[in-house]
Design a protein around this ligand. Structure first.
Ligand code: HEM
Length: 489
């Protein structure tokens, strides 16, 4: 009897559980009544796009899919489902949803072997949010102003070594000068003056962690992953020693590293040495590659558009007259023409082609045409930055390089709200370093425009899509002739 009643109980519990599951599914379905799943791009349709991919690259594929399926669609090659969103109308939740609803999930796992176990995607989201606050604090405008003289010193020192005339590869030049700037502004005097070469080599090795292979298989013991791991261990040793020696001596410097050493969690706990090291490495990474790619694309665009080049030079002449005693933060803020030239470059050549998240709960999106789609949780969702930045109902003649579109008469970047322009992301995870990035790129280009006549020799570069950051393929050779007087002694 007892045996039977136990079975009855178990049966009743199972029945109630099944009813609850069915009801909750129905309720959740009811919430999404009137919506449907996004159109699915079939495997055959994807295969048919391979020639387009080979011939015209990724943007052509995405543009084709957008034209055919609209602003929301799903692909599912080999059963790996992925939803794509394009346009400000459908990306609000993507950018602004709570981390508990939509987040990077495990998509950034590849950063763990790069930045260590104390920060970012190796720690829980509450700690990560506090660490984001440390980054924001370290890059707030009042601190940025203090970086201007240091950036100028590096820029003038570096380009001052060029001869009277010659040919150089701008891409290599920017990589080096941005590493010099980052060493001085982020890592500080000790590193910049005593270990620059070693740190640069280690960062290059660590950068292998951003190749497609390492992003997909971050823990596979490939030669590149092994070099990345060795580089992180050595970098951590060097930077830990710098942090510990400052703490021992009580010495305080005016650099970003110091800002992170002085940061405190809400409960009053100071950042640990491992956290400071991870935070500074991640900041350097987030900023250096993107800025060097942006500076190179800016060169390619400016030097192939004489009208805008002339306008940018003219602006520099005016600013040089006004700030005779040297540039400061206000002068950088006044470089609007140059700013818009860089912004337009980044609209057409965003370093991040797409941004990715994972939804943890269902959500719906409504397209411009009024169609509602249900986006299911637990699979990757990507927003197409490049498609968004070229939408013809936001950007007039999007294929044309025209920095005037951001001027006060047109303001196309905010035509449909903040998410109209996506090169720096948006919402909850918007780029922390946007202002810093503009500042360093403007100071570099301000110096070049004032001191050199430049002529592009390489053809306009194609894009190399095989990396986390979409960079110009090959070299960017430029012929230069010195016209200004700033030279290194
Ligand atoms: C032209 C240069 C740059 C571009 C185009 C760029 C672009 C972006 C984009 C698109 C995101 C959003 C990623 C996402 O939503 O998943 C992002 C995030 C971020 N960027 Fe930048 N970035 C640039 C320069 C910098 C610089 C110079 C720094 C630091 C000094 C920096 C620090 C960061 C950080 C820390 C995040 C993560 C924010 C978060 O997850 O909450 N970036 N950046």
């Amino acid at each position: 009897m007892e045996f039977l009643s136990t079975w009855c109980w178990c049966g009743a519990v199972a029945l109630v559980s099944i009813i609850i599951v069915i009801l909750s599914t129905q309720i959740s379905r009811a919430r999404y009544q009137g919506t449907q799943l996004p159109p699915l791009v079939s495997g055959a349709a994807l295969l048919a796009l391979i020639p387009t991919l080979v011939k015209n690259g990724m943007p052509a594929v995405f543009n084709h899919l957008y034209a055919k399926y609209g602003s929301v669609f799903m692909v599912s090659p080999f059963g790996l489902k992925m939803t794509f969103l394009a346009g400000p109308e459908v990306t609000t939740h993507f950018f602004q949803g709570l981390d508990s609803e939509i987040s990077h999930g495990d998509l950034f796992e590849f950063t763990v072997p790069m930045f260590g176990l104390a920060i970012a995607y190796a720690v829980d989201s509450a700690t990560r949010n506090e660490q984001k606050r440390f980054h924001l604090e370290a890059l707030r405008p009042s601190r940025l102003a203090g970086h201007v003289p240091k950036m100028l010193q590096e820029v003038e020192g570096h380009f001052g070594k060029w001869g009277e005339e010659g040919v150089i590869d701008l891409k290599l030049e920017f990589e080096r000068v941005l590493m010099l700037i980052a060493s001085r502004c982020f890592l500080g005097k000790e590193v910049r003056e005593n270990m620059f070469d070693e740190i640069t080599t280690l960062f290059t090795e660590l950068g292998n962690g951003m190749s497609l292979g390492s992003i997909l298989f971050p823990y596979l013991p490939t030669p590149a992953n092994r070099r990345r791991d060795r580089a992180r261990i050595r970098l951590t040793e060097i930077l830990s020693e710098v942090v510990e020696s400052r703490k021992r001596s009580g010495r305080v410097e005016e650099d970003t590293l110091q800002g992170l050493i002085d940061s405190k969690y809400k409960d009053g706990r100071s950042t640990s040495v491992q956290e400071v090291v991870g935070l500074i490495i991640s900041l350097l990474f987030a900023g250096k590659y993107t800025s060097s790619v942006a500076s190179t694309w800016t060169g390619a665009c400016l030097l192939s558009h004489p009208t805008f080049l002339a306008a940018a030079i003219e602006e520099q002449e005016q600013i040089a007259k006004k700030y005779k005693d040297g540039l400061d933060y206000s002068a950088v803020m006044e470089m609007e023409t140059l700013h818009n030239c860089i912004k337009e470059t980044l609209r057409m050549h965003p370093p991040a082609l797409a941004l990715a998240r994972k939804a943890h709960t269902h959500f719906t999106v409504q397209t411009r045409e009024g169609k509602q789609y249900e986006i299911e949780p637990d699979h990757p969702i990507a927003t197409l930055v490049l498609v968004n930045n070229n939408l013809p109902y936001i950007y007039k003649e999007p294929q044309v390089y025209d920095p005037r579109r951001f001027g006060p008469e047109r303001k196309e970047d905010i035509a449909l709200g903040k998410l109209s322009y996506m090169s720096f992301g948006g919402g909850r995870h918007v780029c922390t370093g946007e202002a810093y990035a503009y500042m360093q790129i403007k100071l570099i280009w301000s110096h070049l425009l004032k001191n050199f006549e430049l002529q592009l020799i390489s053809p306009f570069p194609e894009t190399d899509w095989g990396n986390y950051v979409a960079k110009p393929k090959g070299n960017l050779f430029v012929r230069y002739k010195r016209t200004g007087s700033v030279q290194s002694i």
